[in-house]
Design a protein around this ligand. Structure first.
Ligand SMILES: Nc1nc2c(ncn2[C@@H]2O[C@H](COP(=O)(O)OP(=O)(O)OP(=O)(O)O)[C@@H](O)[C@H]2O)c(=O)[nH]1
Length: 262
């Protein structure tokens, strides 16, 4: 209420209280008007108080809702970070499982499953680009003698050394896996038979010179091998079958030799 309104009300109140004006014809009407005004002022104040209360509680609600939303949003972000990490972990586990299921546990080389997959991929690539590719099987001669003389665990260690030597002798795009016990399959993309022969000869020479670490001045091994060039549209299993026959001939003819498959 303004000061002027307050002063006017005080003046009216004083006039109404004065004995001299009690019999004035307007006294009763002014008194009613004055009290009516006071009542309305009180009602207005109550209404303003109620409206203030509403506004305050609406603001509190709004604040609380915003706070809850923020909390939910933080919780959701945290959950989605956890879900992302969980998914990454699953992906890594799957990769590790996939890797473990396609590797030979002893030597760490690709196992048959992975070799077959790689062969299909290499054939598709070679046919698409019209490039040759060759296959070689390298089989360690008389490996049984190593086991018999030094024990199976020493034989295992020798296989690991042989596998590492094979793998480290290959070019970047070549691929080597353990086909069976002491038998390794080598895939040579973009390589014709002539190039394959010189590569695999060097490979077998390297194995022959290898110290297997079984005993001081310990045994050396030789290897027999076959090489073959993949024929256009030939199933890789047939390529391997052809080559297997050549390997048998190499073994039959005295080992430590490299044959080409018919
Ligand atoms: N230590 C060890 N020996 C193995 C493993 N896999 C196969 N062998 C052994 O390799 C030998 C293979 O014997 P054979 O098939 O007769 O071949 P080989 O003695 O190498 O003779 P040729 O291949 O005919 O020259 C066996 O004594 C198997 O036990 C292995 O993972 N670890």
């Amino acid at each position: 209420m303004s000061t002027r309104d307050r002063a006017l009300l005080d003046e009216v109140e004083t006039l109404l209280a004065m004995e001299a004006h009690r019999d004035h014809p307007l006294h009763s009407a002014l008194s009613r008007l004055y009290h009516r005004h006071l009542e309305q002022r009180d009602r207005l104040e109550r209404l303003v108080n109620i409206a203030d209360g509403f506004q305050q509680s609406a603001q509190q609600d709004l604040h609380q809702t915003r706070h809850q939303l923020d909390r939910q949003l933080r919780r959701q972000r945290k959950l989605s970070r956890i879900a992302d990490r969980y998914q990454d972990l699953l992906h890594e586990r799957n990769q590790a499982l996939e890797d473990a299921s396609s590797r030979d546990p002893l030597t760490g080389l690709a196992n048959r499953r992975r070799i077959n997959r790689q062969l299909k991929r290499t054939i598709a690539e070679s046919e698409r680009r019209g490039r040759p590719f060759s296959l070689a099987m390298v089989d360690i001669d008389h490996f049984k003698r190593i086991n018999d003389r030094y024990g199976h665990a020493a034989g295992d260690r020798a296989l690991i050394v042989l596998a590492q030597a094979l793998e480290s002798a290959l070019r970047v795009d070549d691929f080597c896996g353990r086909w069976g016990g002491e038998e390794f399959l080598v895939v040579l993309p973009n390589t014709d038979l002539v190039q394959a022969e010189s590569m695999v000869t060097r490979l077998c020479d390297r194995l022959r010179d290898l110290d297997l670490g079984l005993a001081p001045d310990g045994p050396r091994v030789t290897a027999s091998g076959f090489i073959t060039e993949h024929r256009p549209r030939e199933d890789y299993r047939d390529t391997i079958r052809r080559a297997d026959r050549a390997l048998l001939s190499a073994k039959r003819d005295g080992r430590d030799r490299l044959y080409q498959a018919e």
